[in-house]
Design a protein around this ligand. Structure first.
Ligand code: PEP
Length: 255
């Protein structure tokens, strides 16, 4: 990562794990372990844990994110959560377009784009996830897939708003599978994302965007992945649920 140009960000994505009491316990272990971090540290937690998480991290360097948000301000959308609800609570980040949402809950690039724009309009910072399926990589169309996702997911997002947007490159075949992309594969696609952003916006704007890698990043492989110029941090699933492992990844990103 190139800290002279952009912020390094390590974000945990807890998925559907941890009850409020368990969330408090985990954050009470994470907070002291990452207090000297020289990178941004975020925990993206289930909606029901947000309140407890915000309380547990108050006055610390750990920021809190949600795992999704709806694009409408309010209305008949049973089970959904608006950006205004998150903002009023004090939430700063929101994960959008995670592959599990695309795979199991019918998320499309169009809805990712709507959610991203709604988050930005509300003053939340979206972590927009993109990534190819295994068969797309095998068919050698990774760049086409990523380019399409970046163009559609960020359609109509201004250069000013892009400054508050984080991109997470998450090859779907590496998420929760224990199969990590090699540092070279991660660098290749993160660099391609930056080139795509430079074409859509300009080089200066593209250079300032934090592009994370996600997919079985852990305390053993983080340092190598994060040593790459265009890998500016990580979106961490499984390893974010273990305070020591998460703290070790934060330490690797702080070097
Ligand atoms: C994720 O959920 O975004 C993720 C990368 O999961 P894992 O680290 O478990 O592969």
């Amino acid at each position: 990562m190139d800290k002279t140009k952009r912020k390094a960000i390590i974000a945990g994505n807890w998925k559907m794990n941890k009850t409020p009491s368990e969330a408090k316990e985990l954050l009470n272990a994470i907070v002291p372990a990452v207090k000297d971090a020289d990178c941004e540290v975020i925990a993206c937690v289930p909606y029901v844990d947000l309140s407890v998480a915000l309380e547990a991290t108050k006055g610390t360097n750990v920021k809190i994110g949600a795992e999704n948000c709806h694009w409408a301000e309010s209305g008949a959308f049973t089970g959904e959560i608006s950006t205004g609800m998150l903002k009023e609570m004090g939430v700063e980040y929101v994960v959008i377009g995670h592959s599990e949402r695309r795979q199991y809950f019918g998320e499309t690039d169009e809805t990712v784009n709507k959610r991203t724009k709604a988050a930005l309009a509300a003053g939340l910072k979206p972590i927009v996830c993109v990534g190819e399926l295994l068969w797309e990589r095998e068919c050698d169309i990774t760049e086409e897939v990523i380019s399409r996702q970046i163009k559609l997911d960020l359609f109509d997002v201004s250069a000013e708003d892009l400054k508050n947007t984080v991109i997470a490159y998450e090859p779907v075949w590496a998420i929760g599978t224990g199969k990590t992309a090699t540092a070279e594969q991660a660098e290749e696609v993160c660099a391609f994302i930056r080139e795509t952003l430079a074409k859509l916006y300009n080089k200066e704007v593209a250079d300032a965007v934090t592009i994370q890698y996600g997919g079985s990043m852990n305390d053993g492989n983080a340092e190598e992945l994060l040593s790459k110029t265009n890998v500016d941090g990580g979106l961490i699933g499984g390893a974010s649920l273990v305070a020591e492992k998460f703290a070790a990844i934060v330490k690797a990103a702080s070097k």
